[in-house]
Structures are given as structure tokens and as C-alpha cells.
Design a protein around this ligand. Structure first.
Ligand code: CO
Length: 462
């Protein structure tokens, strides 16, 4: 096995980051055999936002996409992103739903499940992790990287140790915002390596221009796997380019085992795909300097700017940015990742425009009631009191509060369901599934027909 292994993100995070998760299965299938030959350790190709996007925008069944890709990939591992108890949806689901989802994901061909929780509350990944082990798939647990006074090298290393005890086969450092700099990355890898022997995978975004340097420093410190995107889908808010990382590490003790010649057809293919979706590409290229200045994720920054513009209050931007650390401290320093980043940003905006702690959005009340899990540090009890009044917060694992869902869901879709997976889709996306699933079986859409032709061997349109 090569010293440094590459996970290619073109089929998931790269297009989620650059073209709003719109890449269709038909854009993936024709190049899969070449990708399988290239020497990648894994292809990240499912989960995250792709599940929702498949149905909502592309009129595709995500389960079908998984099976179509699995059929063509023999060597590389197939990897997905799972948001712990949130699976690939937007709330916590019941334990029986989590177990069934993991079972079906592995059953349909997933090899590696990368599992994370926005608050780094390991109780929120516990059930999923247990099921991944039962299915004998590769369990990768994730540290959601963030900066705060309570997120120390020691706290992250302790987390990695706990993950190893939970059965993690590898640990990912997930730097959603591209805030991890090379120096800190090296220190973090060394600290984690002192507590565990499992391989470390680095996942970053190029938003701040740091990611390739950070990867190199992390590799030199002992990280074994890096997430990269083939160049037409790299850089900007996506990952560092695969070709550049392969070239940078070639013929050294960090060689990736990938022959750059084999990436050429992959690169050529995705150039065409990029061209097809160019209207969706972000306007701005280069580095977002504000992310470096304020140390918050790019999505959070642009959300705040948009919210303030809509309210005709853009002159308050500086005040809101200065309010972010105040809010975050009161909330016990949640990592700034979806959904906590939006929650912190919204509360900071509300605090500035309405007066500090004068009102709280519903999600923030739920947060202070414990329904998102346990924050990294204690919340401010006075702010909590203002948010939830006399209600008693829960302290147990949030998933324990949710009654089993599968049986009812199976009944609800019994009339039209053609595969057991449909009940899961129904639970996670009732609105979208209501339109999509029955229609899928009622009549074949144009896209279905086109896809079938592709599967049957029609050529990829030039
Ligand atoms: Co990412």
C-alpha cells in the first residue's frame, strides 16, 4: 500500500461545494472505469447533500446511483458521508432508522462510512458507528475541526482516543471551512498519533488557500490519507487538486502510487462536465480573505451578509461579526459547521438588531434544550434561562427521545414502494419523496430513459 492514499471527492464534496450538488449520475458513469484504474484508495461518491439533491433537483433515485456506481467500481473503495444521527437529512432520526440506513447503505455497496456530528458529541454517532461495525464496513469517525478556547490539541486527541475505542478504522480531521493552517495541522496529527494508531485522513477546503500546504504539513507529521478533487472540480470552495498533490508527493517517501498519466482521461472528462454546469460555478475565484480575518466558514459569512442585506442593515456587518464570539461562548463553543454555523450567525444578527438576548429563534431554543446534543463546553446558564424559561433541558443522548419510525414508514409507503430502501427515503424527505417516489414507479421520465441508454452502453455526448 502506498505511503499516502488519495480519496477522490469529484463525485460528492467537490460538486457539492462548487455546483450546488447538481452533478447527475449520467455525468459520472462513463468515466468510472478509468477512475477505478487510476489507483485511488477511495471515491467519495454518496451521502452528504447528494441524497436530497438526487431526488429534489435531478429526479434520480440515490439508491440507484449507488448501485450503478458499485457495479463499475471494483478496486477503489466507495465512501459516503453520514451526519451521525442526522443520516443524510436535516433532523435527528430514530435509532431503528439509523440502523436500517447503515444496513442498506452497506448492502448496496458502500465500503467506508465517514461519520460526524456537528457538535462533536460522540453520542450522536454512537448508534451509526455500532451498526457500521456490525455490517463489517470501514468505520471512519470524524473530528469536526474548529477554533475556540476549549478546542485544544489535547481535547481533539482525547476525542480521537475515544473514537478508536468505539471501533474507528480511521479518523478524519474534517476542516469544513479551510481554517486549519499547516502548523496547527502538523501539531494536531502528532497529538492524535500519540493517542491512537489508526490512519488519519485529512479533509479540507481550498477557500482560504491553505489546504495544499496543510495537507503537506499533515502528511509530513504522519497523516496517511488526503481528500482531493480532480482539477476541473478542485480549488475555490472545493478540495486541493488531485493531480497537483500526486505530483507534489511523487517519487518520495510519500508517493501516492498514482501514475499521473492515468488521471489524464479523468481530468479531460470532468472538464466537459464542468463546462456543462458552468452557470452554477461561484463567481469569485481566489481566496476569501474575510474567512482568514474572522475565522468563520465561508458559507456562514455569506449567509450573514445576505441576511443583513435583505434587512437593509449591511452597515451592521462589523457589529454582527464581533457578536459571533459572544454568541458562540454562550452556546458552549459549538464547531461552526451546518447547522450550528447558521444558528450562531442568526443569533448574532438578532442580538445586534434587536438587542443582546432579547429574542431567540426556535432552533436556538431547541439547542439550549439539549436536542442537538452536548456542546463542547457548558452553555451560559443565564442565557440558557432566557432562551428556554422554565423548561427542563434534556441531558440524555437526543436519539433516545425519538420513538421508532420504520414500522410506520413501511406501512405508509407499502402501496407503491418497490424496494425496502424507499421507506428510508420517505422518513428522511417526506415532502420530496411524496412527489418523487410514486412518480418514479408510475412513469419513466426522460432522464430515466436517458440513463438506461447510458447504462446499456450508449456513448457519452461529446
Ligand atoms: Co467537505
Amino acid at each position: 500500500m502506498p505511503k499516502v492514499r488519495i480519496t477522490e471527492t469529484a463525485l460528492r464534496d467537490a460538486h457539492q461545494s462548487l455546483i450546488a450538488t447538481r452533478m447527475a449520475t449520467e455525468d459520472m458513469l462513463p468515466i468510472l472505469d478509468k477512475m477505478d484504474e487510476a489507483g485511488y484508495w477511495a471515491l467519495e461518491m454518496w451521502g452528504g447533500a447528494t441524497f436530497d439533491s438526487c431526488m429534489r433537483f435531478l429526479n434520480e433515485d440515490p439508491w440507484e446511483r449507488l448501485r450503478l456506481i458499485r457495479k463499475r467500481i471494483k478496486k477503489a473503495k466507495l465512501q459516503m458521508l453520514l451526519r451521525g444521527q442526522n443520516l443524510v437529512g436535516y433532523r435527528h432520526y430514530a435509532d431503528d432508522t439509523v440502523r436500517e440506513f447503515v444496513k442498506r447503505a452497506v448492502g448496496n455497496g458502500i465500503d467506508i462510512i465517514r461519520c460526524f456530528d456537528a457538535l462533536n458529541d460522540l453520542r450522536n454517532v454512537e448508534v451509526a458507528a455500532d451498526q457500521v461495525k456490525r455490517e463489517k464496513a470501514h468505520l471512519q469517525l470524524c473530528i469536526s475541526y474548529t477554533l475556540s478556547p476549549v478546542h485544544t490539541l489535547e481535547s481533539f486527541a482525547d476525542m480521537a482516543e475515544k473514537m478508536t475505542q468505539m471501533g474507528a478504522d480511521s479518523i478524519a480531521i474534517k476542516d469544513m471551512a479551510g481554517l486549519l493552517n499547516p502548523i496547527d495541522c502538523a501539531k494536531l496529527v502528532v497529538a492524535i498519533k500519540q493517542k491512537t494508531n489508526v490512519p488519519i485522513e485529512l479533509h479540507s477546503h481550498y477557500t482560504t488557500g491553505l489546504a495544499s500546504m496543510t495537507y503537506f504539513a499533515g502528511i509530513a507529521a504522519g497523516a496517511e490519507i488526503i481528500d482531493t478533487a480532480i482539477s476541473p472540480f478542485a480549488l475555490g470552495t472545493s478540495q486541493p487538486p488531485t493531480e497537483s498533490m500526486v505530483a507534489a508527493l511523487a517519487d518520495s517517501e510519500y508517493d501516492t502510487g498514482i501514475d499521473i498519466e492515468k488521471l489524464l482521461p479523468v481530468c479531460e472528462h470532468f472538464k466537459k462536465v464542468r463546462e456543462k454546469y458552468k452557470k452554477l460555478l461561484p463567481e469569485m475565484a481566489g481566496v476569501n480573505i474575510n474567512i482568514l480575518r474572522y475565522q468563520i466558514p465561508g458559507g456562514m459569512y455569506s449567509n450573514m451578509v445576505n441576511q443583513l442585506k435583505e434587512m437593509n442593515a449591511i452597515d451592521k456587518l462589523e457589529d454582527v461579526l464581533n457578536e459571533v464570539p459572544v454568541v458562540r461562548k454562550a452556546m458552549g463553543y459549538p464547531p461552526l459547521v451546518t447547522p450550528s454555523s447558521q444558528m450562531v450567525g442568526t443569533q448574532a444578527t438578532v442580538n445586534v438588531l434587536r438587542g443582546r438576548w432579547k429574542s431567540f429563534p426556535k432552533e436556538i431554543r431547541q439547542y439550549f434544550l439539549g436536542y442537538y446534543g452536548k456542546p463542547p463546553a457548558d452553555v451560559d446558564p443565564e442565557v440558557q434561562k432566557l432562551a428556554i424559561g422554565n423548561e427542563e433541558p434534556i441531558t440524555c443522548r437526543p436519539g433516545e427521545k425519538i420513538a421508532p419510525e420504520m414500522e410506520q414508514a413501511r406501512k405508509d409507503c407499502a402501496a407503491w414502494s418497490l424496494q425496502p430502501e424507499d421507506a428510508l427515503t420517505w422518513i428522511m424527505f417526506p415532502q420530496v419523496a411524496k412527489d418523487f417516489l410514486p412518480a418514479k414507479y408510475a412513469k419513466k421520465t426522460k432522464r430515466d430513459v436517458g440513463l438506461q441508454e447510458l447504462v446499456d452502453g450508449a456513448a457519452y455526448p461529446a
